[in-house]
Write a protein that binds this ligand. Structure first.
Ligand SMILES: Cc1cc2nc3c(=O)[nH]c(=O)nc-3n(C[C@H](O)[C@H](O)[C@H](O)COP(=O)(O)OP(=O)(O)OC[C@H]3O[C@@H](n4cnc5c(N)ncnc54)[C@H](O)[C@@H]3O)c2cc1C
Ligand code: SF4
Length: 448
């Protein structure tokens, strides 16, 4: 896969989606880095799934060694630039910062990491290549999302021949197509992947779609990493749910990120209350919809979105309709989506949904965006012989990423059911190390 020379950023999208958190300037970065207590056994490092040496990189910013700072970060996490923008730091490194114990503001680790990484990019530097001998073993990574990218980069750094297969036009998985543009721009995701390509990782634009393709891969490659993520979003299984004005959240987010406008849509209803629902609702608002409502069958205490994402949506003007369930999509005589027919739900004292006798009511809208979860790639996983799958997730040995089929390793959303980018990166790197160990023991057996 030739990575695109230049991704044409859409000026209107760039204007509507400025950075959620502005970058730190050099002075601010030094002041902030000097606040860090350089804790022994740093809890921030322990809280990071990729275990970035947080006090180590912060100290280097304080001493003006920006390249050293970025290099220290990259040793742990090759997608450090995107993680600095998309990580929910409030519940990870910054949430664990000891400053909380002193009733002081936690160190702004995410923004400092971003500062180090952006300085690194601006200097034109490349990821330092490790001085290791070339290895003849070939590894395929299926999917070019964060899990595969981390796995591929680590294996390449260890001297192996690595090829990444991606079915979509652009690599990056949800970093490129899913994460809200005000956190991570598609162009920035691609820029980061270019650095991995420069390490020598090969990208091929191809879907590994069927058993024949898998057999071919098994012949060509010694081991295979599965970083295939999750499947499409669950469909809105209601009368009218297949109308063109019903667009699932992933499709909606991907199309605006690639520059598609939102013509003639003034009122939008998003169904669901997870982080994806929030991202879709905020995007609809920023794209110009006057009214954006999130409709959820339970109440605010039960939402799966992070608290800060919920607050952000309210600040952006998104309204919430609680304890409400859709019953049908109503189409007007002109054939256009007109409204959503709904009914109130009732919860018992432990928050379980109960039946309701309430009358139906309508919520006016021009567009409905279901954000009711991604389905697992059941059909694809079923094609892999001997692969243990539970509740749609590939079963792995956590320490190594090994699956029940000795040819395959796995990590990321297809294993954890959908978490964060940094979890996928951690999984991918762990699996790379598992692959190295597996190949080493195979070689030892052959020599023995
Ligand atoms: C809308 C949305 C917003 C999110 N926002 C955030 C956020 O702000 N912060 C955060 O940390 N996390 C966020 N996440 C979660 C994060 O994006 C994922 O956890 C992460 O991308 C998982 O990485 P992955 O590599 O496992 O899968 P993916 O990113 O899904 O990548 C899998 C790749 O495999 C490809 N593929 C699948 N099957 C095949 C095949 N057979 N052949 C070839 N290619 C194949 C797919 O096309 C895809 O490119 C968000 C998720 C969503 C849905
Ligand atoms: S916990 Fe906070 S103060 Fe301590 S090393 Fe980490 S960032 Fe610095």
């Amino acid at each position: 896969m030739a990575l695109p020379d230049r991704f044409e950023e859409n000026a209107d999208i760039a204007r509507r989606f400025p950075d959620l958190h502005p970058a730190l300037g050099p002075q601010q970065a030094v002041v902030e880095s000097n606040r860090c207590l350089n804790c022994f056994d740093a809890p921030c490092t322990a809280a990071c799934p990729t275990h970035i040496d947080v006090p180590g990189f912060i100290k280097k910013i304080a001493s003006g060694n920006l390249r050293g700072s970025a290099t220290r970060i990259l040793e742990a996490n090759v997608l450090a630039a995107s993680c600095s923008r998309v990580c929910p730091v409030e519940v990870l490194c910054e949430g664990a910062c000891v400053m909380h114990h002193y009733n002081r503001k936690p160190i702004e680790i995410g923004r400092l990491q971003r500062f180090a990484m952006e300085s690194f990019y601006a200097s034109g530097a490349a990821i330092p290549k490790r001085n290791v001998p070339e290895r003849s073993e070939k590894i395929a990574c299926i999917g070019a999302g964060p899990a595969s990218l981390a796995c591929a980069a680590e294996l390449k750094q260890q001297g192996f021949q690595v090829t990444v297969f991606e079915r979509r036009a652009l690599p990056g998985g949800l970093n490129t197509y899913g994460v809200a543009e005000y956190k991570l721009r598609t162009a920035d995701s691609l820029r980061e992947i270019e650095m991995i390509r420069e390490l020598g990782v090969e990208f091929r634009a191809a879907e590994v779609a069927d058993e024949a393709a898998l057999v071919k891969l098994e012949r060509e490659f010694d081991l295979i990493f599965l970083g295939v993520g999750l499947g499409a979003m669950h469909k809105l299984d209601l009368p009218g749910g297949d109308h063109a004005g019903v667009v699932d959240a992933l499709e909606f987010i991907a199309s605006y990120k690639l520059g598609e406008p939102l013509p003639g849509v003034n009122s939008v209803v998003v169904i669901g209350a997870g982080n994806t629902a929030i991202d879709a609702a905020v995007a609809a608002k920023r794209l110009g919809a006057e009214e954006v409502k999130i409709l959820y069958r339970r109440d605010a205490r039960n939402i799966s979105a992070f608290g800060f994402e919920f607050e952000h949506a309210k600040q952006e003007g998104v309204e919430f309709i609680w304890r409400t369930q859709p019953k049908a999509v109503s189409i007007g005589p002109d054939g256009k989506l007109h409204s959503l027919l709904c009914v109130h739900t009732e919860l018992n004292e432990v928050g379980e949904l109960m039946g309701t006798e309430d009358a139906e009511f309508t919520v006016r809208c021009d567009m409905v965006i279901p954000a009711i979860g991604q389905s697992p790639l059941i059909e694809f996983l079923a094609k892999l012989r001997g692969l243990a799958v539970e509740r749609g997730r590939i079963v792995i040995e956590r320490a190594t990423g090994a699956t029940s089929n000795a040819r395959y390793f796995a990590g990321g959303d297809c294993v954890n059911g959908g978490r964060e980018v940094v979890d996928a990166v951690a999984d991918g790197k762990r699996a790379a190390l598992g692959i190295v160990t597996s190949l080493a023991s195979r070689t030892a057996v052959l020599r023995g």
